[in-house]
Ligand binder design. Structure first.
Ligand code: ADP
Ligand code: MG
Length: 686
């Protein structure tokens, strides 16, 4: 149960003045559903403005406050283009106040012709006209009121404005409860950090490194503590020791020798499985490093020892593909492998459920359907989770309670992250690294091509498939106000199909599952030559015969994501090519990203660069999958503050015997505040 003192923070944002159904939507869109989320929505930066008497005094790109008198409204024509209000300064210089989308309604009200207004915003140039796009403030009186020297700039979504968010933040800050201190007093004093509530207020009101550090530290401490609680709980659980006799593994007829890294990982897993405490191990290996065989060996150990193994995949497509791979590889062993997804209904499903219950099915592959309550195992001994980053710790814990005794867990991820971050993200697990690629892989020839040359690219694809080879075509991610990505993929698909006929297939997230499967199957079997897709193919899809990858508007993807996508090719022994199509106006960062993709294929290097280029605000693009581990701590802060947080968490665990006493109570509040409740729940189990 959440401590009562936190209740004011966990009320919905509607409880704040001025938040109705209309504002609720844009707030939810950027994760500001509750007061708690709003207080942790820290400013991206602060602006300082200068009051100028006229436009001549202001520089382009400068943040200014100025008195302007509107002279003319120019509405957008038939709903397209911006709404412009022309306005004059004291000298008669003209400037346009420009509004896009729904913001134009505000413009009509705020800027009546002939009446002087104080306007705050960034002065820019559009063609030969000066303009301020979406002024931050428009006021009738008192230029001084809006000349606040230092004003926070918040992340917004369509329908939100800076003043609106600032007012919600202020209201939320006024509701801050008095919370006990969870940070070690000596550390707090030494670092010179403010107490929690003061730190929050300071972080919203100006650039304050100490305040930001304290808040980041809180988050890191909560995370370390929760991971340690999970680990402690795991150690106290009884699993079943699994000792295989090698009888099944001996029958495998792998078409290749295992790499040193694969062998090492398998022995590490074998060692864990012998223990009574359940295994909690992460297998980290770049795309194509060969995680699947390692998982198979682990599952065969479980079966040799008389247990069952289940492999959880994040998507239907992947589940199906793993199933095919594992069934083929395991065929010589005589082990029964089954596929179970949410789509299986009726008799087929019943028969699989029976097989799992009576033990005649020894290995099952599937989506989360395999861990539903209605699925019972005779003796589930090992759970393998592919693409770990799509599952939160909480979900993993759910399946820990699935068997009579806690099953061993092997998590696998293809997201290469730097060692320091592995601790932050997977601190509760032991780690095996596949840091060696199977031999014979060729470098992928990566080129950056301007989007205008798309006709040439289509020709190149044509030659490629005419030569009997296969290719992927990835369609861009889509931003607000544009077609959604499925529609974009549909459109591209239609065009390519016109050109290449039914050798082209399409896969995207909204396609009917049967159609998706049929398309994948035609592509995997080689019947179709070109697969047009959205990023659904990002994770795990394995068609070694496909040797060309086209990524449209590559600048819209993060490095980690591009790396994952590119990893779909270069899987066979043939030379592969990756064409990164780029738009015409690239930011400096985007340019750097694409250059890096050309230069290196090392996932760990790309991961570190990805973090550097993102400024550490987002970890490896995990935000897209909805489980970014940190909301506040930046990469720099993680690197600097995590070791201390880790030690402090250990101290709390050891000295205070698992969160007893007043500091233990404070730490419990901290866990709930950062929604590491699953950490607290461990306390009951252990
Ligand atoms: P990932 O780590 O991305 O899941 P996979 O397990 O899908 O990688 O393996 C990628 C490809 O490499 C597969 O086609 C697989 O058969 C092959 N492979 C795996 N291990 C080896 C090895 N030791 N030598 C050669 N090829 C291998
Ligand atoms: Mg894989």
């Amino acid at each position: 149960m959440r401590p009562e003192v936190l209740n004011p923070l966990f009320v919905e944002s509607e409880a704040l003045d001025g938040v109705g159904p209309k504002l609720k939507k844009p707030l939810d869109k950027i994760g500001l559903a509750r007061v708690r989320d709003i207080i942790f929505h820290l400013p991206e930066r602060f602006v300082t403005r200068r009051t100028v008497g006229n436009l001549d005094e202001a520089g382009e790109g400068e943040q200014i406050v100025i008195a302007l008198t509107p002279t003319e409204h120019r509405p957008n024509r038939n709903g397209r283009g911006p709404y412009r209000v022309l306005a004059q300064d004291a000298l008669g210089n003209v400037c346009a106040l420009t509004y896009f989308g729904r913001a134009s309604y505000t413009a009509k009200k705020l800027l009546p012709v002939g009446e002087k207004r104080w306007v705050a915003g960034r002065l820019d140039r559009y063609g030969d006209m000066l303009q301020i796009v979406h002024p931050d403030h428009v006021a009738e009186e008192g230029g001084d009121m809006i000349t606040r020297l230092c004003e926070p700039v918040y992340g917004l979504s369509e329908g939100l404005t800076q003043p609106k968010v600032a007012s919600l933040v202020e209201q939320s800050l006024a509701r801050l409860p008095d919370l006990p201190e969870w940070i070690e007093p000596t550390l707090l004093a030494k670092a010179g950090w403010p107490v929690w509530a003061a730190a929050l207020k300071a972080a919203h009101h100006g650039e304050d490194a100490a305040a930001r550090d304290r808040l980041a530290y809180d988050e890191l401490l909560a995370n370390s503590l929760a991971l340690m609680l999970v680990r402690a709980d795991n150690r106290a659980r009884k699993g079943q020791p699994l000792v295989g006799d090698g009888s099944l593994r001996g029958k495998l007829q792998l078409p290749f020798p295992l790499t040193g890294a694969q062998n090492r990982s398998i022995s590490e897993i074998e060692g864990d499985l012998r223990q009574e405490a359940p295994m909690l191990r992460l297998l980290q290996g770049d795309v194509g490093a060969g995680k699947t065989v390692v998982a198979l060996e682990a599952m065969l150990i479980a079966v040799e020892a008389g247990g069952q193994a289940a492999m959880l995949a994040p998507t239907e497509i992947l589940a199906r593909q793993h199933y095919e791979t594992l069934r083929t590889l395991a065929a010589p062993t005589g082990v029964q492998v089954a596929l179970l997804t949410g789509r299986d209904k009726g008799r087929a499903r019943e028969s699989i459920l029976m097989g799992l219950m009576d033990g005649s099915i020894q290995i099952v592959v599937g989506t989360h359907a395999i861990f539903q309550d209605t699925v019972n195992y005779r003796n589930l001994a090992l759970a393998v989770i592919d693409e770990q980053h799509r599952f939160g710790v909480a979900q993993r814990l759910m399946l820990a309670n699935k068997g009579k005794r806690t099953p061993h867990t092997l998590a696998m991820t293809a997201t290469p992250i730097p060692r320091t971050l592995t601790l932050a993200q997977y601190g509760e697990m032991d780690v095996s690294r596949l840091d060696e690629m199977p031999p014979g892989r060729q470098a992928i020839d990566t080129r950056v091509v301007a989007q205008e040359r798309i006709a040439d690219v289509v020709e190149a694809v044509g030659r490629h498939i005419a030569a009997g080879q296969q290719a992927y075509w990835v369609c861009p991610m889509v931003r607000d106000n544009e077609m959604d990505d499925n529609a974009a993929a549909e459109a591209r698909f239609a065009a390519l199909r016109e050109r290449f006929g039914d050798q082209v297939v399409l896969v995207h997230g909204q396609l009917k599952p049967e159609l998706k499967d049929a398309a994948m199957e035609r592509f995997a079997s080689g019947a179709a030559k070109l697969l047009v897709a959205t990023t659904v193919i990002e994770v795990g899809v394995d068609v070694p015969a496909s040797t060309l990858m086209v990524i449209e508007q590559a600048e819209r993807f993060g490095l980690a994501q591009l790396h994952q996508l590119r990893g779909r090719v270069g899987r066979g022994s043939d030379k592969s090519t990756c064409l990164l199509l780029r738009g015409s106006s690239l930011s400096e960062t985007a340019r750097e990203r694409l250059a890096l993709m050309r230069e290196t294929q090392d996932g760990f290097i790309l991961a570190e660069e990805d973090l550097r280029l993102r400024g550490g605000g987002e970890l490896l693009g995990t935000r897209q999958s909805g489980d970014a581990p940190f909301q506040l701590a930046t990469l720099e802060q993680i690197t600097r503050l995590l070791p201390q947080a880790h030690d402090d968490a250990r101290l709390l665990m050891e000295r205070d015997g698992g969160l007893t006493g007043p500091r233990g109570d404070a730490a419990r509040i901290l866990l709930y505040l950062f929604e590491r409740d699953w950490g607290v729940q461990m306390l009951r189990g252990g």
